[in-house]
Design a protein around this ligand. Structure first.
Ligand code: PLP
Length: 406
């Protein structure tokens, strides 16, 4: 059983033999998302905020309804503190550039974790280099969790920001967000959370989490590519200098200076991506209708089954937390001495799509003493039969590989 009918997803419905296990990279899109985007272009397309005519007003309304819908889904009552971006990468760069250059100075400290995706690692590393701050990495426990004791020691009085992921894309580890926030706040640092792998799979209650910013990508949560966002505490946003300049984000432009528009416009320069925002709103309505509790229970059940089946394959080495409850629907592994890219290519012959490589987490791979892993990741449309197909194909791949190389 899946949590969502495969028939709702046109690409999956058109390819019955396809075993799509790469949702941590990007999810498939339900028909309601595609329909909502098409309907926007057919019925409401005009440049929002700019026209005095009715159609532009409709486009403006539609865009703001989408913002309210996504903010509500992520548990943020103040929708104007949700800034739409192209996705998590742009959101983190916004924070590192706009907030970072204002608040982090020579001798300050930035703390990240060993689990981070490059998108939540490199912007902070480069900020530290630019301003002469210390860049420190919190290591992991043996089972792939952030070492909270080490984090407590690393977050010293000169620490300005702790940047960490909600869920690891490479190992699936779910971080203890409230505890990490508590450690950051205890010394007055801000806590910025990369929710690219959290928002699609776990109920997020931004207003209760106490995190200072939460970034996400629409395409990983059934929405279109090219839209995502970041929710930031109003106080921080109001004090922050904009990082991109142009139309929409200004109030008055004088010859010598400019004043800024109110939130959220101050951080959304240029024509916004209305159709994709509308698609994302349709995606979160779809997830809501399924129920995030159901989504989570489904993924735990699939991960538990996958861990069991994969552990039974001789020579297969699993990475990350031992229990399904401690991870999202991600299973990362290597198969003997077969290169993960070869494993992935051989699985593809059976229509099984998995990711192989460093998963944009080279600092993590180095700590795990490997160049790459194979990663299978599950979502609402996957079933136990998909896990069976993965296990069967892995066993075949292993036999085929060893028959060739002896
Ligand atoms: N952070 C994590 C944990 C991710 O998994 C990803 C994408 O794989 C990103 C950030 C970057 O997201 P995007 O490419 O949508 O900007």
């Amino acid at each position: 059983m899946s949590a969502a009918p495969r028939a709702d997803f046109p690409l999956l419905a058109a390819n019955p033999g396809l075993v799509y296990l790469d949702s941590a990279a990007t999810s498939q899109k339900p028909r309601v998302v595609l329909d909502a985007m098409r309907s926007y272009y057919e019925n409401a397309n005009a440049n929002p905020h700019r026209g005095a005519y009715k159609l532009s007003g409709i486009s403006t309304e539609v865009y703001h309804d989408a913002r309210r819908e996504v903010a509500r889904f992520l548990g943020a009552a103040d929708a104007d503190t949700l800034i739409f971006t192209r996705g998590t990468t742009e959101s983190v760069n916004l924070l590192a550039t706009a907030w970072g250059h204002q608040h982090v100075h020579r001798g300050d400290r930035i703390v990240v974790t060993r689990l981070e995706h490059h998108a939540n690692f490199v912007p902070w590393q480069q900020l530290a280099r630019d301003v002469g701050a210390e860049f420190r990495i919190c290591e992991l426990t043996h089972d792939g969790h952030v070492d909270l004791d080490q984090l407590r020691a690393l977050v010293t009085a000169n620490t300005k920001v702790v940047a960490f992921g909600h869920v690891s894309n490479a190992l699936g580890t779910i971080n203890d967000v409230p505890e990490i926030v508590k450690i950051a706040h205890a010394i007055g640092a801000v806590a910025f959370c990369d929710g690219a792998q959290g928002a699609p799979h776990l109920r997020v209650a931004f207003d209760d989490l106490e995190v200072d910013a939460y970034a996400f990508s629409g395409h990983k949560m059934l929405g279109p590519m090219g839209i995502g966002g970041v929710i930031v505490r109003r106080k921080l946003l109001e004090a922050m200098h904009p990082y991109q300049f142009g139309g929409d984000m200004i109030e008055f432009v004088f010859d010598g200076d400019t004043t800024w528009n109110v939130l959220p416009h101050k951080f959304e320069a240029g024509t916004p991506n209305v159709a994709d925002a509308v698609g994302l709103a349709a995606a979160v309505r779809y997830l809501d209708a399924l129920g995030m509790g159901v989504v989570r229970a489904h993924e735990v059940a699939l991960s538990r089954y996958a861990l069991e089946r994969l552990a039974a394959i001789d020579g297969l080495h699993l990475y990350g937390p031992a229990s399904a409850e401690a991870r999202s629907g991600v299973v990362s592994f290597t198969l003997g001495d077969i290169h993960p890219h070869d494993v992935s290519t051989m699985l593809d012959v059976d229509g099984v799509c998995v990711r192989a490589g460093h998963h944009c987490a080279q600092p993590l791979m180095r700590a795990l003493h490997t160049n790459a892993t194979v990663r299978a990741s599950f979502y609402v449309y996957n079933t136990a039969a998909d896990v069976d197909a993965l296990a069967t194909s892995l066993a075949k791949a292993k036999a085929r590989f060893h028959a060739h190389v002896g």
